[in-house]
Design a protein around this ligand. Structure first.
Ligand SMILES: Cc1cc2nc3c(=O)[nH]c(=O)nc-3n(C[C@H](O)[C@H](O)[C@H](O)COP(=O)(O)OP(=O)(O)OC[C@H]3O[C@@H](n4cnc5c(N)ncnc54)[C@H](O)[C@@H]3O)c2cc1C
Ligand code: SF4
Length: 561
């Protein structure tokens, strides 16, 4: 233990899962030590919130260090992390977004926060594909309410079968729809498709010491006023305020250690500032390093008692990886040309979106793919950056006039859909390649199946129909699904690498994220997902972490662990 801090639990990672687990345990009175591989980060002083693209080189365009733009909040990380490579198998395309900073990817995420529904937890019971979760939606519903209330989610109850209602008073009011979003909604309605307020982890009313959104700055830069949820302005300071949390940053965990009987008793991490290995004891370990980092850690923690890696007697660690499917279609809408320019920033992301509307058609066997998708809408006048003139021709005054006329007249429908697990999508350890600290790296294998390709084909046709109803014309045929589908990992919703289930034979953890093989090791990130519904995963990561850390806190209080 540390000299002045007798911790009961070590949490690895400070993103959505780790921070929620640490906060829940600290609030319940248990002492927690958090190890974070990234550097310390203070959004209050470091967020480039008020910087505009015009102040940045190349009008703020992304580059190798800053993939999502010059002022992006991710200070260390992105599609590549210097000195921390990963590899891919033959014919496999996989992209892995990592953030190495306190708060992980929550400093930057899109904050879309949709609940999974009863359909989502029991997909296999309906269509025989993938795996069911080891509980029903009703089990998680009260925890979604608690998480939404704590995190601060804006949106409305819609009564749609794809969007379970929150308890009364939980959601904060959504912002008003933008004009182009209302046009999308009207066109979709003609086709029998709903468009409703997106649920987003953005405050539209003040909460705790966080302020409400003032609808003016891009959330991807980070949000120093705490309106857009990130663990560094909410869960982490709240947990620190209990006096029960200590954080060590620049601590890259190398492996989980076991005693001579194979019982987990500590961790070894690399102090990145000195490059020294440090061994610490641990009674209980929570891995929340992100789905594929936690799986990598387990696989790298081989020992005599755990020859295939820790908690891997099922051989399922690293298997069943799913991302969301992604594609999109955009068009120029003549009806939106030349409208008076006013501030349409809103809370950055879409205020309306299109949830999945096809459950009934699927039940009747009318669709040739099994699971749903949604559309996120890209519309409106946004702070101009590189590419504001699109592919317009000309130069000088006439180009400026054309750009002004076309500005805000583009509408983009981004598809995000459910993927099913398949035997070709998994990760393992590449023993031939090591990172800067000598830790063997992850190697990814990937192949989309017919299910995802048919879903994408349907999505492209539907998007085209909506845009045409809005007045768009298409001169080119739609791309094939194979051409249009984005790469594995590209939607940054990778889940399933340590999935939960009913039995130790086919899953890595029980329903509380407790590994079947080691009762003092828990996984509290998206690794435990049994399926990957089309809804963005992070609200469910946090909800599960809150529920499961509450269960763990009870076990600790009762002396059962
Ligand atoms: C651009 C972007 C947009 C996104 N938009 C959305 C969205 O709209 N909605 C949504 O639901 N999700 C979205 N996501 C995904 C979301 O960010 C992640 O699902 C979420 O942050 C995962 O939480 P986590 O705690 O599992 O991992 P992370 O947030 O990645 O945190 C893991 C932490 O663990 C640390 N770590 C890793 N390995 C080790 C180690 N060996 N030792 C110590 N520490 C370690 C990392 O440094 C990191 O800080 C988006 C992500 C990105 C990048
Ligand atoms: S738009 Fe709102 S939520 Fe987003 S960064 Fe600005 S103030 Fe924060």
């Amino acid at each position: 233990m540390m000299k002045d801090f007798d911790y009961q639990v070590v949490v690895v990672g400070s993103g959505a899962g780790g921070a929620m687990a640490a906060y829940t345990l600290a609030k319940a009175g248990h002492k927690v030590l958090m190890l974070e591989a990234g550097r310390d980060y203070d959004p209050k002083t470091e967020t480039p919130m008020f910087k505009t693209n015009g102040q940045a080189p190349l009008m703020g365009a992304g580059n190798v260090d800053k993939d999502f733009g010059f002022y992006d909040a991710t200070v260390d990380g992105g599609w590549t992390v210097p000195n921390e490579p990963y590899t891919t198998g033959k014919d496999s395309d996989f992209l892995w977004w990592r953030a190495r900073m306190l708060g992980g990817r929550t400093n930057h995420w899109g904050r879309y926060s949709l609940r999974f529904s009863e359909h989502d937890f029991k997909g296999k019971s309906r269509d025989g594909l993938g795996a069911d979760w080891p509980f029903e939606y009703q089990e998680l519903a009260p925890w979604y309410d608690k998480t939404e209330a704590l995190v601060g989610i804006c949106g409305t109850n819609t009564g749609l079968d794809d969007m379970p209602d929150s308890a009364e008073g939980v959601l904060q009011p959504p912002p008003k729809p933008r004009v182009p979003e209302l046009l999308v909604a009207a066109a979709a309605k003609k086709l029998g498709i709903p468009a409703v307020p997106m649920h987003r982890a953005v405050l539209t009313r003040p909460k705790d010491d966080r302020q409400a959104c003032f609808y003016a700055t891009p959330c991807g830069h980070g949000c120093s006023i705490g309106a857009a949820f990130q663990t560094t302005t909410s869960l982490i300071p709240m947990a620190l305020a209990t006096g029960n949390l200590k954080i060590i940053t620049d601590a890259m965990v190398r492996k989980v250690d076991v005693d001579s009987k194979g019982k987990v008793n500590g961790l070894t991490y690399v102090d990145k500032k000195t490059s020294q290995d440090i061994k610490i004891p641990a009674k209980v370990v929570i891995l929340a390093a992100s789905a594929c980092e936690s799986a990598r850690l387990l696989l790298n923690s081989k020992s005599e008692h755990h020859p295939n890696g820790l908690a891997n007697s099922s051989m399922q660690v690293g298997r069943n990886i799913m991302d969301s499917t992604g594609t999109g279609l955009g068009a120029h809408i003549p009806a939106l040309e030349g409208r008076p320019i006013y501030n349409e920033d809103g809370h950055t992301a879409n205020h309306l979106f299109i949830p999945w509307w096809g459950h009934k058609s699927q039940t009747k066997g009318e669709l040739d793919f099994p699971r749903g998708y949604h559309f996120e809408l890209g519309t409106g006048f946004r702070a101009p950056g590189a590419g504001v003139s699109g592919d317009l021709q000309g130069y000088g005054k006439s180009l400026k006039e054309q750009a002004k006329k076309h500005y805000g007249a583009g509408v983009y429908l981004a598809l995000r859909g459910e993927m099913l697990p398949n035997e070709h999508c998994y990760m393992e350890i590449d023993e031939a390649v090591r990172d800067k600290w000598g830790i063997p790296v992850a190697k990814f294998h990937w192949k989309w199946s017919e299910h995802e390709l048919k879903q994408v084909e349907h999505g492209l046709k539907t998007a085209k129909a909506i845009l045409e109803t809005m007045g768009a014309t298409f001169t080119e045929p739609l791309p094939s699904a194979e051409q249009a589908i984005l790469k594995g990992g590209q939607i940054i919703h990778e889940v399933g690498s340590t999935r939960m289930g009913e039995s130790p034979k086919e899953s890595v953890t029980n329903q509380y994220g407790q590994t079947w093989d080691c009762d003092n090791v828990f996984v509290m990130d998206a690794g435990v997902f049994a399926s990957n519904p089309h809804k963005n995963c992070t609200l469910t990561i946090m909800t599960l972490a809150m529920r499961n850390a509450t269960w763990l806190a009870e076990q600790l209080t009762n002396g059962e662990l």
